[in-house]
Design a protein around this ligand. Structure first.
Ligand code: HEM
Length: 496
């Protein structure tokens, strides 16, 4: 072919290609991209124990994004992809899945599990008004009181340190003005309901998903085993919502004491929507996440007495020995802050974030993310990304201390609190509670390995529970006041 005619033919092809692309851009794009889901294992079995470790391994094999076709599930293994999707594209990644089992178990009234809807928006806005950063100081009195009580419990009955469920008590003190100990039926009901709810959300009950009419059958009917869990859970949620609420309102009306919930309930009298929002605050946080972080801190300090001593030296230098730390001291204690940050990094209470459901088809990094996909940030591997945290399995507070920007970065950098519009709504309160406990324990107590009868140090396996809420397994530790002065300080502040 002559050069001129071949030029004409090539130009013609180019023009047609451009025209086709111009005329059918969407069809062409979706045709190509719908074919390319992110990579992932084929028909894998998803483990119920340490699922975050399996997700991390898949991340090493397949990359930042791991898609499981059978479950329409996308696992996010680095902060970059979690921020890109859950924060930058929050408009389409903020819904939650609501299965038949969850509905039967009463999940629709649990704010953190609600669909991305006007009801959720109303609850979130209402909750934020009272739990945003600038409102944090409202909780200081309760936080000091509960933290000081916690120190007292630790030296009074040190062998029961695992049971000093301070934060369950704290949330009841903050919200309802109630003093609830770990043996209190209210606290036990909250913990029991939390486990039932976790089963309803995380375990699969395929019969009720496939045959919704089974909910009308008696519980002995084949395939109706789900009913027992669902009924107990729904009843538990109702009780957790209403019993402390009623006591708090009654206390206010009879002049026995006031509380945040009681005051809000009184303001909302005659307004059933607001009243429901007030009640929903109760179940918002009844997962013992704060407690898990505090338990991880106690364990880490027992394992690392050198780090403990270094933090104690900082506290002694900045605060001295004749008072306990206060929130005003926080910015002056960078090493204590680094310990707190390292605990939240290495031991996120929920290593796998609550799934965000996508509400539209999306394309990201050349891959198709289908509508209705459960998008799960694997907080565990995000916090162990060696490119961000070198030597990630080592407990090393210095990584924050020596970072060019130092340890006092934005709370958004604590990935344990989740991402985007569904990020933990109680994080400022949780952050303050954990920090105050960390600083107060370090200021007054020594945590060491326990010794056996022969005087040998008892080994600490450092093991954790392996289901959705990660918590250290029981171990033996020696907890003693640093000296007589610290002991007196603990007794004096616990009496206040
Ligand atoms: C160490 C303590 C805590 C941790 C690690 C934690 C972590 C989380 C995480 C990972 C989520 C899901 C975020 C997402 O979907 O991306 C969440 C949601 C939530 N958390 Fe926390 N949380 C803690 C303490 C608390 C406390 C003390 C409260 C209440 C005072 C609270 C209230 C909530 C609420 C209301 C939601 C649901 C937010 C929504 O769906 O809009 N959390 N939390």
């Amino acid at each position: 072919m002559a050069p001129a005619s071949s030029f004409l033919v090539l130009s013609g092809i180019a023009v047609i290609a451009v025209a086709l692309r111009y005329l059918f851009p969407r069809r062409r794009q979706s045709f190509l991209e719908s074919k390319s889901y992110p990579p992932g294992p084929k028909s894998p079995s998803i483990p119920t124990l340490d699922v975050w470790v399996q997700f991390q391994e898949w991340g090493r094999e397949y990359g930042d994004l791991v898609y499981i076709h059978e479950n329409n599930m996308l696992i996010l293994n680095t902060a970059q992809v979690a921020v890109d999707l859950l924060e930058r594209r929050a408009r389409i990644y903020s819904d939650r899945a609501m299965t038949n089992m969850m509905k039967l178990s009463g999940s629709e009234s649990v704010f953190s599990l609600q669909r991305y809807s006007d009801k959720w928006r109303g609850n979130r806005k209402f909750f934020q008004q009272h739990f945003r950063k600038s409102a944090s100081s409202h909780f200081y009195t309760a936080q000091y009181r509960k933290t000081h009580q916690f120190l007292h419990n630790l030296i009074n009955v040190p062998e029961e340190f695992m049971h000093h469920t301070m934060s369950v008590g704290l949330i009841y003190a903050v919200l309802y003005g109630l003093d609830v100990g770990s043996e209190d039926p209210l606290a036990q009901k909250a913990v029991e309901t939390m486990h039932l709810l976790a089963q309803a959300v995380n375990q699969s009950f395929p019969t009720i998903e496939r045959f919704p009419w089974l909910r009308f059958m008696p519980s002995w009917f084949p395939g109706c085993g789900f009913q027992q869990v669902a009924n107990k859970c729904a009843q538990g949620i109702k009780e957790v919502d209403t019993i402390p609420f009623d006591i708090a309102v009654n206390n206010l009306k009879t002049g026995k004491g006031t509380s945040l919930i009681a005051e809000l309930a009184l303001e909302s009298e005659g307004d059933p929507i607001n009243l429901a929002r007030v009640k929903a605050m109760g179940t918002a946080s009844f997962l013992g996440k704060t407690m898990s972080s505090i338990a991880s801190f106690l364990l880490a300090m027992t394992q690392h007495p050198d780090i403990q001593s270094k933090a104690q030296a900082e506290i002694d230098h900045v605060i001295g020995r004749d008072r306990l730390p206060t929130f005003e001291d926080r910015q002056s204690l960078p090493y204590v802050e680094s310990i707190y940050r390292e605990i939240m990094r290495m031991h996120p209470p929920i290593p796998v974030d609550t799934a965000h459901l996508s509400t539209e088809d999306d394309f990201y990094r050349g891959y198709h993310v289908p509508k209705g996909c459960q998008v799960i940030a694997n907080i565990w591997s995000i916090n162990r990304d060696p490119n961000v945290f070198p030597d990630p399995d080592k407990f090393m507070p210095e990584r924050f201390l020596n970072s060019p920007i130092g340890p006092f970065t934005n709370i958004n950098d604590i990935y344990a609190f989740g991402f985007g519009r569904r990020v933990c709504a109680g994080r400022h309160m949780a952050d303050n509670t954990i920090w105050l406990t960390v600083a107060s324990v370090l200021a007054t107590l020594n945590l060491r390995n326990a010794k056996d009868d022969a005087g040998n140090e008892v080994d600490i396996p450092g093991e954790y529970t392996r289901t959705f809420l990660r918590h250290p397994l029981p171990y033996r530790s020696s907890i003693t006041p640093r000296d007589l002065q610290a002991r007196e300080l603990i007794f004096a502040t616990a009496r206040e």
